[in-house]
Design a protein around this ligand. Structure first.
Ligand code: ZN
Length: 194
């Protein structure tokens, strides 16, 4: 580990606490912060009162392609890009700020925050790993999360092209589940279009 000043060290601790409060898992903390693992574990326990959960992180990009998850992911990633490119935040600041805004937006619109911080972080990694890209919707021209190597046909976003049924378990005939989830989705779309 490179030598760090006390001030830099303190900043890393502040960043770690912010991430832990937002729900970051150990792998996120270890990747993003220059703090030893044992200190991160102690910080995690201090902030949350419990030990960090074990287990593997989600590793498939397919999760981001399901209808509702795609709307949430697109909203988050558009915000992340704004923070990084327009507000000139570092990757970590952009992640933290965009995630906070995303959660506030969900709270304000009464939508459940489908994306936890680890999912949001993994999403950014899929983008930097060249697996995902933002694609422009052929109807509303908003940008949404898509596979990088999808055929470049004209594609509509999840908001413009909702599935005929909502969720895997839903009966084909029932349109009610769609309406239930569509209301918060429409509220989210306002932020996407901005
Ligand atoms: Zn669209």
């Amino acid at each position: 580990m490179p030598r760090t000043t006390l001030a830099q060290d303190a900043q890393e601790v502040v960043r770690a606490i912010a991430l832990i409060k937002l729900g970051a898992r150990m792998q996120v903390l270890e990747t993003e912060l220059a703090l030893p693992r044992d200190r991160l574990i102690r910080l995690y326990r201090e902030v949350t009162g419990v030990s960090p959960p074990k287990g593997l992180l989600p590793s498939s990009a397919d999760w981001y392609m399901t209808w509702m998850a795609n709307i949430h992911s697109s909203l988050f990633y558009n915000t992340y890009l704004f923070m990084k490119n327009e507000a000139q935040c570092t990757h970590l600041d952009a992640l933290t700020k965009a995630y906070r805004l995303y959660r506030e937006h969900c709270t304000n619109t009464g939508a459940e925050a489908l994306l936890d911080l680890t999912r949001a972080w993994t999403l950014v990694r899929f983008f930097s790993g060249g697996i995902l890209q933002m694609t422009q919707c052929c109807r509303c021209s908003g940008k949404f999360v898509a596979y990088k190597y999808d055929r470049p046909t004209s594609k509509a976003c999840a908001l413009c092209q909702p599935p005929s049924r909502a969720g895997k378990g839903a009966k084909k005939s029932g349109s009610a589940p769609y309406r239930e989830v569509a209301a918060p989705a429409e509220a989210l779309s306002l932020a996407l279009a901005a």
